[in-house]
Design a binder for this molecule. Structure first.
Ligand SMILES: Cc1cc2ncn([C@H]3O[C@H](COP(=O)(O)O)[C@@H](O)[C@H]3O)c2cc1C
Ligand SMILES: O=C(O)c1cccnc1
Length: 351
């Protein structure tokens, strides 16, 4: 196994399929361009899937969970134990993502990378024991190099299982109380952006809590400033197990030719890390929504990403991505099933 696997080339886009899909769109019985972003989504999917008529029947949702040592600084509105409790809820069927996965007919894979308090084995959860949560990023590196590599590999392994299962769309989700602190610190370092511009309430901190969270991030950034310009080192010092797994997953999606739909703020930070590690992987990433977390807008702009919807979501778990699956399916159905002007004997635009 080569150690720097994330540098391996990504799958090329099928330009012939993309051109055929664009030609098809031009012939469908509607004013040219009138289905807006749905047209671009369908033709992009055609180029990525290598066929004029794409489909999103098989959806794989992988949730990665892990605890954060920075919770010792009091950076979330909720207690750390929620990470482990939500793992049970994911497989028990009661979490938002459990409901959405059922509704859209997606497979749901749940990976526990390491909680602060060890959990008894939960049926249906893959327990990887990367560590008892990360180190407190305000005082030390969040991960050892070995932990970062194992977590990245966990994401890659999930994509391999998804691809073997015939997956046409990969959705990554995350669970980790405190992870907006980690994600915000990473975003500030990667984008060289002031903390005040990116920090937000996460699960629902009040103004004083957000100010304290900003201080914690400032201290962490001062401690780890040497990681600037080194995405892997930034991930190791400021990341989380679940953020590393998502980063590995997005890179592997591009390398294995699986379209990835990126969820909200935290997933977008993992996507930015993936793009910094291997810029070519950007082509394989779609972005579901604009999160209510204030820093998301800057992140999406840096990624040159147009989110599909904006519903004021701030949940995570892959929930925003799962919500737009029906819309992607409709974009494909319109592209694949609408009649052409010739087929329907409808007059095309005047020459
Ligand atoms: C019950 C519950 C379910 C969640 N599902 C996702 N998150 C989200 O909230 C956390 C990040 O916010 P912060 O950094 O403020 O802790 C992550 O676990 C994220 O996925 C949840 C949070 C809670 C409380
Ligand atoms: O957009 C997200 O991913 C998000 C925002 C707040 C809390 N948890 C997740």
């Amino acid at each position: 196994m080569n150690l720097d696997w994330w540098l391996n080339p990504v799958q090329p886009i099928d330009l012939v399929a993309h051109a055929k899909a664009e030609a098809r769109q031009a012939q469908l019985t509607k004013p040219a361009g009138s289905l807006g972003e749905l047209e671009r989504l369908a033709t992009r999917l055609a180029g990525l899937q290598g066929r004029e008529c794409p489909s999103i029947d098989q959806v794989w949702i992988a949730i990665f969970a892990g605890d954060h040592g920075v919770m010792a600084e009091g950076v979330s509105a909720y207690p750390q134990a929620v990470t482990g409790q939500m793992l049970r809820n994911f497989v028990g069927g009661g979490a938002a993502i459990s409901v959405l996965a059922r509704q859209v007919g997606a497979s749901l894979e749940v990976t526990d990378l390491g909680t602060a308090m060890p959990l008894e084995p939960l049926p249906g959860v893959r327990h990887l024991h990367v560590g008892a949560g990360t180190g407190n990023l305000m005082r030390e590196a969040a991960m050892t190099p070995a932990q970062a590599l194992i977590a990245l590999q966990a994401g890659r392994d999930s994509v391999s299982r998804a691809a073997a299962d015939g997956c046409e769309l990969f959705i990554g989700g995350e669970m980790g109380i405190g992870n907006t602190t980690s994600a915000t610190a990473l975003a500030c370092l990667l984008l060289d952006c002031p903390v005040a511009e990116l920090v937000g309430p996460g699960t629902g901190l009040a103004a004083a809590g957000v100010a304290h969270k900003a201080q914690v991030i400032e201290t962490a950034l001062a401690l780890h400033r040497d990681a600037a310009g080194e995405p892997m080192e930034a991930l190791r010092c400021l990341g989380g197990f679940e953020i590393a797994a998502l980063t590995g997953a997005y890179l592997a999606c591009a390398q294995q030719g699986v379209v990835a739909l990126v969820d909200g703020f935290i997933c977008s930070v993992a996507a930015l890390l993936a793009v910094r590690l291997n810029p070519q992987c950007r082509d394989w990433l779609l972005f579901s929504h604009q999160s209510a977390e204030p820093g998301h807008q800057r992140l999406l702009a840096a990624l040159q990403a147009t989110p599909i919807v904006s519903l004021g979501l701030r949940l995570g778990e892959g929930s925003g991505a799962a919500l737009v699956v029906p819309m992607l399916r409709l974009a494909c159905a319109l592209h694949n099933e609408m009649a052409t002007f010739a087929e329907a004997a409808v007059a095309d635009r005047a020459p």
